[in-house]
Design a protein around this ligand. Sequence first.
Ligand code: NAD
Ligand code: 3PG
Length: 390
Amino acid sequence: MFKVLTRNQISVKGLDRLPRQQYEIASEFSSPDAILLRSHKLTMEEVSPSVMAIARAGAGVNNIPVADCTSRGIPVFNTPGANANAVKELVIAGMTLGSRGILNGMDYVNTLGDMTDGAEMSKLLEKEKKRFKGQELMGKTLGVVGLGAIGSLVARAGLDLGMDVIGYDPALSVDAAWRLPSSVRRMENIASLFARADYISLHLPVLDATRGLVNAELLSNCKPTLKLLNFAREEIVDNAAIIEALDAGRLERYIADFPAPGLIGRDDVILMPHIGASTDEAEENCAIMAAEQLRDFLENGNIKNSVNFPALALERSEGTRIAISNNNVPKILGHVLSALADADLNVIDMLNKSRDDVAYNLIDVAVAPSDDVIARIRGIEGVINVRVIA
Ligand SMILES: NC(=O)c1ccc[n+]([C@@H]2O[C@H](COP(=O)([O-])OP(=O)(O)OC[C@H]3O[C@@H](n4cnc5c(N)ncnc54)[C@H](O)[C@@H]3O)[C@@H](O)[C@H]2O)c1
Ligand SMILES: O=C(O)[C@H](O)COP(=O)(O)O
């Protein structure tokens, strides 16, 4: 029986992918085998020594201490693309809300609740509506920063709305490049994108290199009519620089999924309570993907969509599987295979892959290894953890 500790509300459709005959799921466990979460800010104190894997039902993993998990040999999974459409749709809403007096117009209409004469109301509305005039998106330039799962959908949506789309992504994967419409013009640097765009939408992860990326310098060289949308992460922008640019008339509007003190209550700021991925569909997609990846890891040792471990899948053969993670240095695999050979254990199949400082191995042996053999493998210098999967 595997014990899965949940943090946050995880869609039942996803939890149903973990059969209750094999999985106990709860929000409290003293020694869980795995953790399944969304945006809960996880600390290493919450990751008990029993934890073998952590699955994030969502894209961003900045709420998880990934480097510490890697050094403990714990793969962290996420669910790339599973909530991308939900974010894209909210970005389209953000662009229109930022361009027209929709919210103020609706607020105004709500002030008329005491009026009883429909004809009089209609006359008043026709007189006042000029206050809520806006601009169209068609023909404007949309800059997309980060052209991965979400950014590529936003870029495509911009084209569908008749916008010129420019993009910047210094680390674009080959797969993401294939997904991108050819009419999206790639910018050499983020400053060029900021200088040209009427709308900019951020879709990049928060990393050391991207923290505070949108700063006073970038905002000093943009069009004063720029509408900046941030549905990525609060940390990517310098909020003080945003406020300064708005106050100085160098930025027209900031539309974001990340409210913060100082931003709330301004006419030139539209804030949402981190609801980019809050749709039934996205929550289900993410939970299903996270649960299935977790299950394949716990039951077979396979790894798909980990942010810190290599992708690796080995068909199950007869025998017993040993999963080993180790520091990515020479000779460790040789020592492991010697330990197995010395115990007369025949290797039926095996796979070894590395990623940055960590390596991961799946080794199928004909006969279940004894505790002594496993203890010998655990004792090899550089081995982080060893798991026998029946
Ligand atoms: N508001 C929400 O609810 C919500 C929902 C989903 C994701 N997000 C955020 O959006 C981010 C992107 O999600 P995704 O699914 O598109 O991820 P993704 O990994 O598919 O795409 C991210 C892209 O950003 C690019 N990138 C990395 N560094 C960059 C840089 N310095 N400049 C420009 N681009 C850079 C990467 O190369 C990649 O192509 C997530 O990391 C998460 O923080 C927010
Ligand atoms: O990174 C993500 O996937 C989003 O920020 C969604 O977060 P949530 O799962 O807490 O809604």
